[in-house]
Design a protein around this ligand. Structure first.
Ligand SMILES: [Fe+2]
Ligand SMILES: [Fe+2]
Length: 444
């Protein structure tokens, strides 16, 4: 396996470093402490990695078996446009998540958890850098008239509120968000990267293996603290309770499901050989996987509370409590995590603005539904701008002012007004219409 490391041309490399100084101010601390927290791992380097001996033949779609594209210019403009959207959306998510994590990074109670998140942020920066490398290393004129420099500037000037995907415009409220986001949202990243690993565009496919290795660490940065919290909660720790993890999970899971794109979409990406699965297929596999993560956390809670139980006994107890609603050995349904229905609190995709409750029940009145949704979300999130925007759109849809799919494209977002200078602070919240083509990583 040969891995090639490259740096962007100097002005772009320096632009990313300047971005890092602003949004990842603890980077130097991470590098300084690297050997203390990650003594066995290769030191971090800001560069693009390409694994050069990946499969040379297209692995799915209508040209399966033919040579992969090594340059964008070998594709038609529609195909190149789809690819460009995917690269831009991916880049936006990488930079966007750093801005979100930075908000609450310093609130961690545990130093190791904090350094794990910090490392994850540095790796997201590298992922964003990798996508900029794809934009700058090829000629994209088949897809756009814009120069690579313009596209890079646009990506580096995005802030929480102006990213292409809704998930990356939502503020974190506590360090529990940092952790649960890794467990839920980075898991979507794992799916997307795994699918893009077979991309018919060879530079994209070659970019994925190293990103996937890093993504596995990001999942661990989420799941390991959640496991510890579940075990401590079983011993009546008051710091992070199961109820708190539940509410933060409810905040992120609907957004995670939307990142796969519309449930009816994905056929074009499959046909073009960019991804081996359509959106719904990947989304369902992800939803099942999250179910297993929640089940594992419940079992850890149960076995920590009742250590003498075998694994099989813990599974049986879990079933009685979660499915039959019994209270067994002092453990009731309120102690265990439940997976929200896949249509709960959705604002994109097929169930957008349908009023489906946490357990799949349906509601007729927006006000009643909003109160129901709020009862399942962290109070700090409910008080924020994102929820208000959702509530306003929900009312508009149910009063007939807007079609659900029209509302799905309208999310109040932060737009740059008055100039394009990336250091300009001239941004304000506007109810705008997001790009029709880039509404998810899995845009159809
Ligand atoms: Fe990433
Ligand atoms: Fe990640």
């Amino acid at each position: 396996m040969s891995v090639r490391a490259t740096e962007l041309p100097k002005p772009y490399h320096q632009a990313v470093e300047r971005w890092r100084d602003t949004y990842l101010p603890d980077y130097d601390l991470l590098i300084e402490q690297w050997d203390r927290f990650f003594p066995r791992d290769r030191p971090f380097r800001l560069c693009a990695y390409r694994e050069c001996d990946s499969c040379a033949k297209i692995e799915c779609g209508e040209r399966k078996g033919e040579e992969k594209y090594v340059q964008v210019g070998e594709m038609g403009s529609d195909q190149a446009g789809h690819l460009l959207n995917a690269v831009r959306a991916q880049a936006s998510t990488e930079f966007g998540s750093i801005q979100q994590h930075q908000l609450t990074l310093s609130r961690a109670q545990d130093e190791q958890d904090q350094f794990w998140i910090l490392r994850m942020m540095a790796e997201e920066l590298r992922h964003g850098y990798q996508m900029l490398h794809l934009l700058l290393d090829d000629d994209w004129s088949a897809a756009t008239q814009r120069s690579g420099a313009d596209m890079v500037e646009e990506i580096l000037s995005m802030r929480t509120g102006s990213h292409l995907l809704g998930t990356f415009n939502i503020d974190f409220d506590s360090f529990v968000d940092n952790v649960v986001f890794c467990a839920m949202i980075d898991r979507v990243g794992k799916y997307q990267l795994s699918m893009q690993k077979v991309s018919a565009y060879k530079p994209m496919a070659e970019s994925m293996p190293e990103m996937l290795r890093e993504e596995a660490f990001h999942l661990a940065a989420g799941v390991l603290p959640m496991r510890r919290w579940a075990e401590q909660a079983a011993k009546d720790s008051v710091y992070v309770t199961m109820a708190m993890m539940q509410k933060v999970t409810n905040k992120w899971l609907p957004r995670a499901l939307e990142m796969f794109g519309h449930e009816q979409g994905g056929a074009t990406n499959l046909r073009y050989g960019f991804k081996p699965m359509v959106n719904a297929e990947a989304q369902q596999a992800y939803y099942r996987e999250v179910g297993r993560v929640l089940q594992d956390l419940n079992l850890r809670f149960i076995r920590s509370r009742v250590p003498e139980l075998s694994h099989g006994e813990a599974v049986a107890l879990c079933r009685r409590v979660a499915q039959d609603g019994e209270v067994v050995r002092g453990i009731g349904p309120e102690h265990l995590l439940r997976q929200p229905h896949s249509e709960f609190f959705r604002r994109r995709g097929e169930p957008a603005f349908s009023m489906v409750g946490f357990a799949g029940e349906t509601f007729d009145e927006p006000e009643t539904y909003l109160r129901h949704v709020l009862s399942h979300l962290p109070e700090t999130y409910a008080a924020g701008r994102d929820f208000k925007g959702y509530a306003t759109l929900l009312h508009q849809v149910h009063s007939g002012q807007l079609e659900a799919q029209e509302a799905a494209r309208k999310t109040p977002n932060l737009s740059r007004v008055g100039g394009v200078c990336p250091c300009s602070r001239a941004v304000r919240w506007v109810a705008g219409v997001e790009s029709e083509t880039v509404t998810s990583i899995g845009a159809c």
